[in-house]
Design a protein around this ligand. Sequence first.
Ligand code: AMP
Length: 360
Amino acid sequence: MRLESPLPPGATVGILGGGQLARMLALAAAPLGIDCHIYAPEADSPAFAVSAARTVAGYENFAALDAFARQVDVVTYEFENVPAATAAFLQSRKPVAPGVAALETAQDRINEKTFISSLGIPVAPFAEVSDLTSLEAALARIGRPAVLKTRRFGYDGKGQTKIMAGTNAAAAFAEIGRQPAVLEGFVAFEKEISVIAARGWTGEVAVYDVPENQHENHILRQSRVPARIAAGVADTARAYGERIASALGYVGVIGVELFVAGGQVIVNEIAPRVHNSGHWTMDACQVSQFEQHIRAVCGWPLGPADRFADVTMTNLLGAELGRWRELAAEPGVHLHLYGKKDPRPGRKMGHFNRVTPRQP
Ligand code: AMP
């Protein structure tokens, strides 16, 4: 279903997933007078504490999904692994944004790369892998080093392994669980950047400034804006983000992760949702990515994506949550904690934005 007309204040956005992204979406919806109903299987989901309504049920519980659909005006989600049948079921009852096409493209790395290349946008050389024979053929074609990734359900470096000159192919395939996979050429990048863009039901687009992202152990550590890249690189990245969103008929905020290598801009992957590398927008832009997503899915006019400050966003992982007191005392630091109880190593517990006056 499409959204026929803008949802008025008092409407309810249904969100699949109850993690920090859903929590920050609900917090951004509140000043617009929009309520959020969170649907998540985990009874201790961080978003529940700040939302008007909740459903605790599995994503394949169709009776619960039906009841949820009746109580909301539009459905969105905070993670890309929403089962296809769940999205299709909801879409037959209420508008779902981003739509099923965006989900299906982003959920499968082969579909994703094929789609992006079809738009004339560079991706790393890649080949489909279904068994050891096809992996060996792919290695012969693409060469080493290469990265072997599961086609589906990979995130934060999970489900992927690097294949170096001496790596045994069978061992690498075993490491990712012998699942259908993609082999990608290793990109010797100078920088990782991303594009956070929003597109509305009527096709209008707003694109944020490009952050420069630093990962540690495959997990985002820091995003810095402005990125230390040439203006032409930023323009190219933004244009790619806009082209991808438009080609998908996308509604909502999209994150596109890119490499900069030898001055070339290469797309790594797309995330059909608000994105960790866009958290800096909360304190450095007139309208954050979270408010922008709510505006987009509700059919409201998109807000300005202009940035009024320079900013570094840093994730607080696991026990780093313990820094809250020191960070709360630091002028120019905006602290965002997710209310998670268990600070497991590597778990995203919060982030902070260190904001400084915008340099010309
Ligand atoms: P992904 O799960 O695709 O987002 O990959 C996680 C991280 O692994 C990326 O942010 C890169 O730092 C690294 N990576 C992934 N694919 C490649 C590649 N083809 N070449 C070099 N580094 C990669």
